[in-house]
Ligand binder design. Structure first.
Ligand SMILES: *Cc1c(COP(=O)(O)O)cnc(C)c1O
Length: 343
């Protein structure tokens, strides 16, 4: 086992002690519909049941709890859920929180962050713009920056999902993990592969703006244009000077698979009509990849992470009722789900 990794199993075990009783123990439930599609058992890890609606609470709690007692406050940039998680964790510790967002972040996520008492700054049209603002505020106001994915404490926190999966089901063979900056996939892969080196961990992301996928191909972080997607939580780059999540994903993932907006749309419909779940587009990539036939012949049992529920309900109801959805220049054509198949 290499020892130069920036996050190892012991870090994830330590994170578990920090988040215990607050952000752990989400349900792992079977999906009969996806099991039928995959011709083998498929389980869903419901991080959508987290107190603030997404798995990001695990990493944010671990990072905020590691700060010194006299820390003046925290700042972060986010596609929405990390900001909400940092706001939640900062409030629990009585710290000031500033969250920097780009104009691509849906209003529902902005409102959720404000409701937790954090200050919100909306700057530019990309995660890079929000990132610059956060770094500037950290330097200017002495706030501690909590990165959304490229941070050992955050990665270790997300990795606790891997521990819970393999404790509940040591027989899991394949994990399908939504992938953006790679904190989630890196953390899960660190934990799962330390426990079972033969397990496969596959990162899933959308074709429109697949930053980690492009970086893994190129062998280094590359700029990727950021556009609107049904999977808005998967938007943004991985950072030109990525120090942790890129190397961990490169060393520990068994591959990445891309899905289209149409696939994500169908995946959201399936999670709703078949599994009765309200889930963000970012969570639907696992269902989307299985349903579109882009992932076949996987060893089962399979688990995929339903990463969050903080979806714009206007968009969500359009998707589940089969209407068109407009994403900037791109229109996802509506198609009704055949509810007669839902049982
Ligand atoms: C952040 C996020 C992801 C991706 O996590 P990364 O660590 O950036 O790869 C997936 N789904 C949801 C709902 C998220 O908020």
């Amino acid at each position: 086992m290499r020892t130069d990794r920036s996050v190892v199993l012991s870090d994830v075990l330590a994170a578990r002690a920090v988040i215990r009783g607050v952000a752990d123990g989400t349900p792992l439930v079977p999906s009969p519909f996806l099991s039928c599609i995959a011709r083998g058992e498929v389980l869903l890890k419901l991080e959508s049941m987290q107190p603030m609606g997404a798995f990001k609470l695990r990493g944010a709690l671990n990072a905020v709890w590691s700060l010194r007692a006299d820390a003046p406050g925290v700042v972060c940039c986010s596609t929405g859920n990390h900001g909400r998680a940092v706001a939640w964790a900062a409030r629990a510790r009585g710290l000031r929180a500033v969250v920097c967002l780009s104009a691509l972040v849906p209003e529902v996520k902005v409102a959720g962050i404000r409701a937790l008492g954090a200050e919100v700054r909306i700057v530019g049209r990309s995660q890079d713009d929000a990132q610059k603002e956060a770094t500037g505020l950290a330097a200017g106001e002495g706030l501690v920056e909590i990165p959304p994915f490229d941070d050992p404490a955050v990665i270790a926190g997300q990795g606790t999902i891997g521990l819970e999966l393999l404790e509940a089901r040591p027989d899991l063979r394949t994990l399908l993990v939504p992938l953006s900056g790679g904190g989630l996939a890196a953390g899960i892969a660190v934990a799962a592969r330390a426990i079972d080196p033969a397990i496969r961990v596959i990162g899933l992301t959308m074709e429109r703006g697949a930053a980690m996928h492009a970086a893994l191909r190129a062998g280094r972080p590359v700029p990727v244009e950021e556009v609107a997607s049904l999977a808005d939580s998967l938007g943004g780059g991985i950072g030109r000077d990525n120090r942790h999540s890129f190397a961990l994903c490169r060393d520990l993932l068994d591959g990445t698979v891309l899905v289209s907006e149409d696939d994500i749309y169908r995946g959201m419909q399936a999670l709703y009509w078949e599994d009765r779940l309200v889930a963000e587009g970012a969570c639907a990539v696992g269902a989307a990849a299985l349903m579109s036939g882009r992932l076949t012949g996987l060893a089962g049992p399979i688990a995929t992470i339903v990463t969050g529920r903080n979806v714009d309900m206007g968009v969500f109801t359009r998707v589940v009722t089969g209407q068109d959805v407009t994403l900037g220049e791109h229109v996802v054509r509506g198609r009704a789900w055949d509810t007669t198949s839902a049982s």
